[in-house]
Design a protein around this ligand. Structure first.
Ligand code: B12
Length: 443
C-alpha cells in the first residue's frame, strides 16, 4: 500500500506560478507518516514548489488543508478522485467547516490524528474509508512518535527544524481559529520525548510551532531548564503576558530562544477589548514595559498585528506602522483581520451582513490574497487592503531594513542574530510583493 501526503500551495500569481521560496517543513504530514504502519510506503509532494504527478499510482492521498489553501486542496482532490484514488482531507479548515470539506473528498478528518490515524489506514487498505473520522484534540505524537523528516529531503526547506511541544492555547481571542479547534485548552507533550526528538537532529536551530508556547508557563520553564545544556537556538510563538515573568524571560534567553512571533494585534486598548485579547489588556500601557523586557533579553521579535477593527482608520494603521518602526521589531506582519470560518468573529460579521465574497472568501474566484474580506466600520474594504499593503511595503523597505538592523540589543547582538535577521527580513520583503494579490487555486 502507498500513501501520498500533500502540502497544497495557496495559488498562483496573475501571470505566473507562485513558488514559495520561504517554505518551511510541513510538520503535520511528517507526523502522519510517522504514525503510519511501517509496511506502508509513504511519499510527500509539496505543491508549493513541485509538480504533483497525479498519474503516479497511489492508494490514498492525504491533504492538510488551511482556509488559505482550501480552494487548491479541492482542485488536487478532484484530480485524484477522477483517477479513482481515495482522498482524505484533514487539518484546520476541514475541522472548522467539515460540511464544506466533505463535498470535496471521499473522507474528511476532524481534529487530531493521533488516536484514529491507524484506523484510517486500515480502512483505506480495504477501500472502505468512512465519510468522517473524528480525533479529539490532545497531546501531540503520543507514544513518542517521531515525524518522518526523511520525507523532507531534497525539497529545499528553510534550514530550521520544526517541532511541537504544546498544542493549543488557553486564551479566547475572538478572531483565532486555534481557540475554536482546541476549545481554549492546551496540551503538553512529555518533555523527555521532545528532548529525544531534539537530540536526534543534526541541526541546532528549531522552531517550536506551538500555538502559544507561553500558554502553560510551568511547562515552558521545564523545557527551558532542559534546553540549557543542549545549547540549541530556538524560536516559537508566545503571548505577550510572558514578559510579566522576568525570570522566565531570562530563562528563555539562556535556553537559546532568539525570539518569538508575538501577537500585539493592536496598539489601541478599545480594539484589544473588541477582540478579547486578554494577555495584552491587563495593565495596558502602550506595551512600553513589555518591549523593554523583550529587548533586555535580546528577543528578535516578529510582531503580529491585525488591522481592521471597528476603531481602525487609515491613520491608526499608519500609527501602528510607526510603532513597529520605532521599536525596530525584527519582523512585523500587518495582517488584515480575517473572518475565519467557525470563529465568533466570522459569525458576528455574518449576522451583521458585513461579509464579502458570498461569505466564503477562501473559495471565491475573485478573492485575492491579503484583500479585506469584510466591510470595516471606518474605511472601505479597499482602503483597508491598501493601508495594510502600504504598511507592509514601508516596514519592509530597504531603509527600514537597515534602521531595524541597527539595534545592538537584538539584531546586532551576535553574528548568528545578524545572519537570522538578514535571511528572514529578506524573505519577508520579497513576500510582500510575491504574495500580494495572489489568486487562490490554479484554475
Ligand atoms: C507553523 C505555522 C505556520 C508557519 C508555516 C509552517 C509550514 N510548515 O509551512 C508560518 C509561520 C510560515 C505560517 C504561515 C502562515 N500561517 Co500558519 N500556522 C502555523 C501553526 C502555528 C502550526 C502548524 C503546525 O505545523 N502544527 C503542528 C502539526 C503537527 O499540527 P496540526 O497542523 O494541527 O496537524 C494535526 C491535526 O490538525 C491533524 N491534521 C492536519 N492535517 C491533516 C491532514 C490529514 C489528511 C489528517 C488525517 C489529519 C491532519 O493531524 C495532525 C496531528 O494531529 C498553525 C496553528 C495550528 N494550530 O494549526 C498556524 C495556522 C495554520 N496558520 C495560519 C495562517 C493564517 C497563516 C498565514 C496565512 C498567515 C499570513 N497572514 O500570512 C501564513 C501562510 C500559510 C500558507 N499556507 O502559506 C492559521 C490558519 C487559519 C485557517 N483557518 O486556516 C493558523 C491555524 C493559525 C491561527 N491561529 O489561526 N504558519
Amino acid at each position: 500500500m502507498k500513501i501520498t501526503f500533500i502540502k497544497p500551495n495557496i495559488g498562483r500569481r496573475e501571470h505566473s506560478l507562485y513558488i514559495d521560496h520561504g517554505r518551511m517543513e510541513p510538520l503535520m504530514l511528517a507526523v502522519l507518516a510517522g504514525m503510519t504502519p511501517p509496511d506502508v510506503e509513504c511519499e510527500l509532494f509539496d505543491d508549493r514548489m513541485e509538480t504533483i504527478p497525479f498519474d503516479e499510482p497511489t492508494d490514498l492521498v492525504a491533504i492538510s488543508v488551511e482556509s488559505y489553501t482550501a480552494r487548491r486542496s479541492y482542485e488536487i482532490s478532484e484530480e485524484y478522485r477522477q483517477r479513482g484514488v481515495q482522498v482524505i482531507l484533514g487539518g484546520m479548515h476541514p475541522t472548522l467547516i467539515p460540511e464544506e470539506a466533505q463535498e470535496h473528498a471521499d473522507s474528511i478528518f476532524i481534529g487530531d490524528a493521533e488516536t484514529v490515524w491507524a484506523q484510517v489506514v486500515e480502512d483505506a487498505r480495504r477501500r472502505k474509508l468512512q465519510k468522517v473520522y473524528r480525533g479529539p484534540p490532545g497531546i501531540g505524537q503520543i507514544g513518542g512518535v517521531l515525524p518522518r523528516r526523511d520525507l523532507f529531503k531534497g525539497k529545499g526547506y528553510l534550514p530550521v527544524t520544526l517541532l511541537q511541544y504544546i498544542r493549543g492555547c488557553r486564551f479566547t481571542c475572538q478572531f483565532c481559529a486555534v481557540t475554536q479547534y482546541f476549545d481554549r485548552t492546551h496540551y503538553v507533550r512529555q518533555i523527555d520525548e521532545v528532548l529525544r526528538e531534539i537530540e536526534a537532529q543534526d541541526r541546532r536551530l528549531f522552531f517550536f510551532v506551538d500555538d502559544n508556547i507561553a500558554s502553560h508557563p510551568k511547562a515552558l520553564k521545564e523545557l527551558c531548564h532542559a534546553l540549557i545544556p543542549m545549547r540549541i537556538s530556538w524560536v516559537s510563538q508566545a503571548s505577550l503576558d510572558v514578559t510579566k515573568d522576568e525570570g522566565l524571560m531570562k530563562l528563555m534567553a539562556d535556553s537559546g530562544c532568539l525570539g518569538n512571533v508575538t501577537g500585539f494585534e493592536s496598539i489601541t486598548l478599545d480594539s484589544l477589548k473588541e477582540t478579547k485579547k486578554s494577555p495584552n489588556i491587563s495593565a495596558f500601557s502602550n506595551y512600553e514595559h513589555e518591549i523593554k523586557v523583550l529587548r533586555a533579553n535580546g528577543m528578535q521579535t516578529w510582531a503580529a498585528f491585525t488591522l481592521g477593527y471597528d476603531n481602525d482608520t487609515y491613520d491608526s494603521i499608519m500609527a501602528t506602522l510607526d510603532f513597529a518602526l520605532e521599536n525596530r521589531f525584527t519582523l512585523a506582519a500587518f495582517n488584515i483581520l480575517m473572518p475565519y470560518p467557525g470563529t465568533p468573529h466570522y459569525e458576528e460579521l455574518r449576522q451583521q451582513g458585513r461579509l464579502l465574497y458570498d461569505d466564503k472568501w477562501w473559495l471565491h474566484p475573485d478573492y485575492r490574497f491579503n484583500d479585506a474580506a469584510f466591510v470595516p466600520k471606518n474605511m472601505t474594504p479597499d482602503e483597508l487592503t491598501n493601508a495594510c499593503h502600504a504598511a507592509r511595503q514601508k516596514f519592509n523597505s530597504i531603509p527600514s531594513m537597515f534602521h531595524r538592523f541597527s539595534d545592538l540589543k537584538t539584531n546586532l547582538r551576535t553574528l548568528q542574530r545578524v545572519a537570522v535577521y538578514w535571511k528572514y527580513s529578506s524573505i519577508f520583503r520579497s513576500e510582500v510583493y510575491q504574495k500580494h494579490g495572489m489568486r487562490f487555486g490554479l484554475k
